[in-house]
Design a protein. Sequence first.
Length: 504
Amino acid sequence: MCGMPSAETTRMSRPEPEPEMVRPTREDEVAAAGSEFIGGPLGVRALLGRSWWSPVRVIALVMLGMFALGMIQKFPCYDGSWFFGASSQYTHACYSDIPHLYQGRGFADGLVPYFDKLPGDMDYLEYPVLTGVFMEVAAWLTPGSGSIQHQEQVYWMVNAGMLMVCAAFIAVSVTRTHRRRPWDGLLVALAPAFALTATINWDLFAVALTAAAMLMWSRGRSLAFGVLLGLATAAKLYPVLLLGPLLVLCWRAGKWRAFGVATGGAVLAWLVVNVPVMLLAPEGWSKFYTFSQERGVDFGSFWLIISQHMDTPLNTEVVNTLATALMVLACLGVAGLTLTAPRRPRFAQLAFLVVAAFILTNKVYSPQYVLWLIPLAALARPKWRDFLIWQACEVAYFLGIWLYLAYTTSGDKHQGLPTEGYQLAIAAHLLGTLYLCAVIVRDIWMPERDMVRRGGEDDPSGGVLDGAEDVFVFGYATHPPQHAGYGGELPPPVHWGKDPGGSL
């Protein structure tokens, strides 16, 4: 009988409880104050995730509601400003490329993008291939009957419906990326600049693919991440920048296999989309790249402020060289920060910094480019105060560019914002983005200030990097302080590969 197991040892093992969900209203004073509009902060007895009203569903519905408000904001143009009067679409701040390019890029005439030459100043479609496919699909869904105004209105509505799906997909992807922090997705859903710029152009398609790629990486699915990132790069160039931070992070953690799989998947997916068009219509395919290279200094950049204070405009080749040099220096700075920080930076933090560096140094900043940064900002710095400061600056720029265009197109009336006012709007955009970059760099250098790591997590969006030990560091990172990455009053030593509490 002594060999029989006791009742204590035969007790059924219970699965470990899931980690507690982080409630922003308990750790963020702005979120707590804002929650008063809906009844106050969530209590400990709130049935989070146990009813139909899960965070994912709530945030998706909020995103759809905000997107609809953004569509309503465009209705003054939909009813006529896109078609009558050069400046009224600017005074109403409701401009969109979508209806104008329906006819301007040959979709109204049934021309095939990249293959058929256009009759206007632009000889071929100047967008990457996958975005061209998106535009063409919307054209297929647009009836070819009725006046051209009616067709352009329907084309915008069709695109808006497709982009609304992308917006919901972005919100869901961001919500699910950090398992313990789903409510950070509200930063994306409630971002005013998101609603205002969502239907200006087709950027949301690439942003949705990038957000899905980030979600896949957070789940450790390197190949799926690479494929989605390659598709995103086939829709817009900026997503390829994420491979840079990933390279340095995997270098520090020794995760070369995961990086190789991700890079291989990205290259393969990009080639599958681009090679057929590249071989069959090389001139049309290359238009996006030649246009980007030959385009002069344009709206929104600090290069424009410099040019407007010079008697002779800056040479495009010189600007290309200087902008590239500044971007390279910024990337080298991010790489140095990554390898010397006391704790390995989170992937989302570096992704934001690199994309922001591209935006800040580029020779053009279209107002919808803010969409590239919003999901990354929600993952990199989920602090409502900092996020809203940045968003206020972006809304100021959104209004500034349209009022400036109203001023330049209203003739002798000069209705709108003069050059000096527009330069202030550009400065607001630049300073707001630099501010968010600064607090993220501070979080990297002082991990105890990081909102995500205060709860003991390492890198919840890092996938194979989450909790991994370092294999290569130099400088300050070789002797990090014991409190690095912990926000408690009596911080214990940090063991790489484990959380501050010592559990795996």
